[in-house]
Write a protein of this length. Structure first.
Lengths: 414, 414
């Protein structure tokens, strides 16, 4: 296995000002490629700490991915420390200087001396192109070990890794011919863990050195395959073998592969069908709409939504009969179904989705406790509705409602 | 300074399956108490790795906070490894056994052998009460150094630290009479970094060993005070001294202290004023509504919203004149102002907020590139509007629009 360590440099992570989402993203992607993560460490912007950490990580790692400390200000020291550590010297990269000059000129500014230093990189390192920032990434190759130095801004780090970084890791993996584990996730829904296990019915020696984990969550049970091989290509073959066995057995329950967001799946389905959607939200107050429109191009199918908190507004804007609201209560099958049908008509869309529930912390009753949510999905022909029951905080109830509604909509579109 | 290291143990963090929110939370809280964080490290559930990490961290730390690996299953090994590392032996804690028995009985179950082992802790460690789980926390005191071992479940870890953990750290801090730095954040807005620096006009020797950082973001410039003292109480005095100097000078630009979310500030202001709000969103498609209703009790002031993507719907649901849409375009001062006034009237609310813009990646023109956003806020008497220009991804443009709109609304409510 190629061992990868991830090192975040930055006082703002160390003092808890920001969440280290870079490390999670890197760990997940690098694991999926088939490497193993040795350590994920965070240290401050200090020369001594960077050096002592390199001394710890280099002997136990084939690859080190460093993020942070590449900005133009005086506390950004990563580049200089690495340059000294590898006994190298900084030289100007003319392509990058030109890029910086162009970029500043476009904004009607001259390239400042401070920013000009960002075009200087250690002579033996490879410049990694950064589409979004003034600091390029750098790649050191020291005795066959790869050391990446990347900006800490998530968008820039992701850009560099997706453009060129992961390919460098894959190349090393392919050439090193070392053992490898490739992970793959299969998201299922609407089937309990035990029934899924019965359905899959794996014989004792089927997995060998590979693994299969069952990870239940409110999205449904996720299966994580860890396919082992003595090389990357062996691991890929092993993954195919396991998938070919698994997938036909559980096809009806598969929602997605590899954590593709539900909003993305919905987007693709609606575009293929050339259908449109409108939403009426109560307790989630726009969260489903915001989640579905996270996808570029969503204006093709998303017509809009109405957030109606009070009965008053449900009546006035969603044309819900006051007597019905009185009779069934706002959180009911009847009102949910009327909401999904009415919103469809108001927006003249093909599908209507509605959510009405109690997110808490107040507003619950004995019959309808906090976490009671009715959702409905309608087309001109079919009206579907479902009662959801969640526990947890307001946040969790709203988030789970949105996820579950998307799952139901994906099934509705099948 | 007391040096604290944070060590997360768990394969699920190492493979990037979950975000390490525990470490961020601990780092932030411990920094606020006045300790400094030496390292934040993550390793897998492996005995060798835990031992080698303890060997690295113990010499450089006064306190180590370990999370994870305390569950009842075979891959939870933290307790046994620590017990061996400190040459201790496990003994039963009868109070905990009784708690477990009671807890299982309440669910109509007997205490399993597997769970019973959770009541055994190293003889020289102190049990730290956990209100929410079956694994207690443990505190080791080795030659004056504190080593916490806590469950990885965030709710349980937080519970233990808030009940007893932080107090143990504060006690050590007070008794050790060591130097201390206390951090405090002040969020400003509507003033550039350089003007803020001019306004504050700090004389060379004013800060001494303390620090003042300017942290610009799309929320505005955040000031981070690091107040240094030779003891915790000295640092507190120093913080007061700096605050007393700073705050009167920049009062007009202060939005909040200590990272209180903007939605929380808005909530408090609207409740005090007893006023209501409705929102018309275009490119943000419900994200502002969802963000504002994240706050429990938001139904007191939030009446609802309409998400109108197309001109068609803007006309039909927001009563925007088609000729005006034609004349000015949907992303314009005129349409934004009409949207904020109309939504206020439709929902019969005291305030109306509107957002209309181009989140991209497509839909931009030369005159109105991606990232062009008009927002408007209206009351019966005043109509305010503002042009925002953002760069970046669709996500970033939507998120920044929502944050900036909340800032403008806070100012509008002043």
């Amino acid at each position: 296995m190629l061992k990868v360590s991830i090192l975040s440099i930055g006082d703002e992570i160390l003092i808890g000002q920001i969440l280290n989402s870079n490390s999670k993203w890197l760990a997940e992607k690098i694991t999926q490629i088939g490497c193993s993560i040795a350590k994920i460490n965070t240290i401050g912007d200090s020369s001594n700490e960077i050096i002592s950490e390199l001394n710890i990580l280099l002997p136990i790692s084939d690859i080190i991915v460093i993020t942070g400390g590449l900005g133009p200000t005086h506390d950004d020291i990563t580049k200089d420390v690495l340059c000294n550590y590898f006994n190298d010297k900084l030289i100007e990269n003319n392509t990058w200087t030109k890029k910086l000059i162009d970029q500043f000129n476009q904004r009607g500014m001259d390239l400042s001396e401070r920013n000009k230093t960002q075009a200087f990189i250690p002579s033996r390192s490879t410049l990694l192109w950064n589409d979004f920032g003034t600091a390029p990434g750098m790649l050191f190759n020291e005795n066959g070990k790869l050391i990446f130095s990347l900006p800490g801004v998530p968008q820039e780090m992701v850009n560099i890794m997706e453009n060129v970084g992961f390919q460098k890791i894959i190349d090393l993996l392919n050439s090193s011919n070392t053992e490898s584990i490739i992970y793959k996730n299969i998201q299922t829904n609407n089937i309990p863990e035990s029934s899924l296990a019965d359905l899959i019915d794996i014989k004792e020696d089927f997995l060998g050195n590979s693994s299969l984990a069952f990870l239940p969550s409110y999205r449904g049970v996720k299966l994580r395959i860890g396919a082992y091989g003595e090389s990357k290509s062996q691991a890929e073959k092993e993954l195919s073998r396991i998938e070919n066995y698994l997938i036909p057995r559980i096809d009806n329950y598969i929602i997605s592969f590899d954590e593709r967001p539900f909003a993305q799946i919905i987007s693709e389905k609606l575009i293929i069908k050339n259908k449109t959607l409108a939403i009426a939200e109560s307790c989630t107050a726009g969260l489903l709409s915001a989640t579905l429109t996270d996808i570029p191009g969503s204006s093709k199918y998303f017509k809009g939504s109405i957030v109606a908190y009070s009965n008053d507004i449900k009546n006035k804007l969603l044309n819900i009969n006051n007597e019905q609201l009185e009779k069934y209560g706002a959180v009911s099958k009847e009102i949910a179904e009327e909401m999904s049908n009415n919103i469809r008509k108001i927006f003249n869309s093909d599908y209507g989705i509605s959510i009405t529930g109690i997110a808490g912390p107040s507003g619950g009753t004995k019959e309808k406790p906090v976490g009671t949510v009715w959702i409905s999905i309608s087309s001109a022909d079919i009206t579907f509705s479902k009662l959801l029951n969640f526990r947890g905080s307001r946040d969790m109830i709203r988030e789970r409602t949105v996820q579950s509604t998307m799952v139901e909509f994906i099934k509705f579109l099948k």
